[in-house]
Design a protein. Sequence first.
Length: 503
Amino acid sequence: MRMAELAFNAAKVSARDQQTLDLRAHRVMAAAEQTLHELVHQSLHAVQIAALVGGATPDELETNVAETRSRLGANLKSDAAAARPGRIAQALEPHPAHADGSAAQTAHDALARRCLLPRRAGLPSPGCNQRDLLGPRQPPLRPALYRSLPRQPGRPHGHPGEIGAGKTFFLNLLALRGALEGYRVIGLDAFKNGQRVEMAAQGGARCYALGFRQTINILDIVYGEDDWRPNQVQHVIGMLQLLLGTPGKSADGRDRLVPQEFSIIERGLLDRALTSLYAPLQPDTPLDQVPILSDLVALLRDLGEVESDTLARQIHVFVDRTSVGPSFNGHTTVDWQFGSDITYYDVSEVEELYRPLYYALTIGAILRFMRDPRRDRSRKTMLQIDEFGYLTQVEALGRLAATIAKVARKYGIGLIAIDQNPITFLSNDHGRFIFENAAAKVLFHLDDLPARQMAEAISDIRPGHVAYLTRAGKGMALAIVGNDVYTMNVEANPYELRMLRGS
């Protein structure tokens, strides 16, 4: 404090000279004033700075040390370590000190060891030019910064963890902070977290509540590549299987629709009818010009086959004789423009049976938006999907999620998938594809068995990390970025805590 006051007063005296404009004095005044403000209003943290100095010869080393002292001050302690460079590298290395990961359970009183290490020091620092992952290893809690996406997003992120472990709170923080960094944030949620984010971001966010009162056309065009028609046809067949499915239970006990199985003949007839419907269309056909289910029913009847008549009757009965059918037999009325900094879609009002379908339809709309050549592609997009398990319950939905992961780099999307069940990412091909291609995996509190499943799936996780996961409290996480493993705490400022409480 005293040094800042002295610097400010000295610069102020120098700046009073009317004959000469002292630009340095003005800069020092501004910097000192800002420092005084921060000292009064902010809590400071004890941060250690390590500068690794080298030289090809003893004379060059001595010169470099002298220059470093002149830049960093005489209080800098030096340690000549020509015979033990490995020890210094180990001290500055972000990996745990012990092979079993037990160092992850020890506390330290600074931010991550490599956070202030200069890039030019020459030590390996995987990914530091793309993302920062800074944070304490254990309580006492200290602020942590997690820059979730590189400047060129294009790979998914997976975040498994038990209910109440803090993963949804983390997701909401990423939404707010990602928008502040300039990302377009799109979120999909089933538990009204979008409403919290909307309130926290005020005018910068918009949350849309999806439900049966709106109309969504399952025939809306999702794909846009050269071979888009075959992909689109298979996509709609998958949506029809789900739409005509019967109530059942998933492996984790959730209510779900068991997809209707079409015979080879039925699939062939649906393929023929849908191909005819899409023949005159292009990927950029406006939504109000895309055929609807009634058009498909009419075309199936025109085929004159017994199986096509049966399919036509099934679809007709669903759209005309059930309470939810009209919601899927018309042109889409949902706003899919994604015009806000943060756009959230909330399906909490939808019966759980139909939530996977709404997830798939929303993902399809996002994929359609991302391939739109008219949108601003210079702005990268962060796509957040909570309760990702909804998309892995059905083959067609998992395929759609894997598709958006495959084209993420091309369209500038960073996919963040969250679920409380690790098995969501390990039990099928599409989940494993997303998991294995994730740029980062953040694990929150897990019981012993799922923690060990994660250790088997991620070779960099050591026994000490497994023990950490089973004892982790709220907001404590294990982050795997590339081949580096970190422990971290999720921290928020008072405003974020107040607005996002209950996430």
